[in-house]
Design a protein. Structure first.
Length: 170
């Protein structure tokens, strides 16, 4: 004697319930296989910078000497958070940074905003790194570096320079 059970689900092709269960299992299996074969895109970004050039500093000018530079970057979809920091340079301090020129030092700083109130740094000593959450996929982004030499610094004529490093984490 043979016993056949009807309406039991997956194995019962004859019922509507059985066909629906088979279709659900097949769709779930296909979705799992499809999602399992999509590779995760590794985060990749490319960057470039333009120098901050103050030109000539006049010790007799009553206003600050302002200029700008840029940081450009482009990331793929794998980069979900980008952090852009700028080191303190040869001064070892963010308040202020300094340009060296022989025996004299010329104070300056780099900022994230045009009003020059948010010092661009690494998050220490009152400075802030720049955060970009989920940057657009493969679209160049431009960040402006706002720079300032305060007025009324009595220094000798000469060439003044500093070297900072832009650190990018993604």
């Amino acid at each position: 004697m043979r016993v056949v059970q009807r309406g039991s689900g997956i194995g019962d092709w004859g019922s509507r319930k059985g066909r629906a269960a088979v279709v659900r299992v097949a769709l779930w299996t296909l979705a799992t296989l499809w999602m399992g074969t999509v590779p995760a895109e590794a985060a990749q970004c490319s960057f470039s910078t333009s120098s901050v050039n103050f030109g000539t500093y006049n010790v007799f000018t009553s206003g600050p000497n302002d200029t700008v530079g840029t940081i450009r970057f482009e990331c793929n979809g794998g980069a979900k958070h980008v952090v852009v920091a700028i080191t303190s340079g040869t001064a070892g301090s963010f308040a202020p940074r300094s340009l060296g020129g022989g025996l004299d030092r010329l104070s300056y700083n780099l900022y994230q905003n045009a009003s020059r109130t948010s010092i661009w740094g690494d998050g220490s000593a009152g400075s802030q790194p720049y955060y970009v959450g989920d940057p657009p996929n493969k679209q160049e982004q431009t960040l402006t570096i706002y720079a300032r030499i305060p007025a009324a610094q009595d220094v000798r004529a000469g060439s003044y320079s500093d070297s900072v490093t832009v650190v990018v984490l993604y």
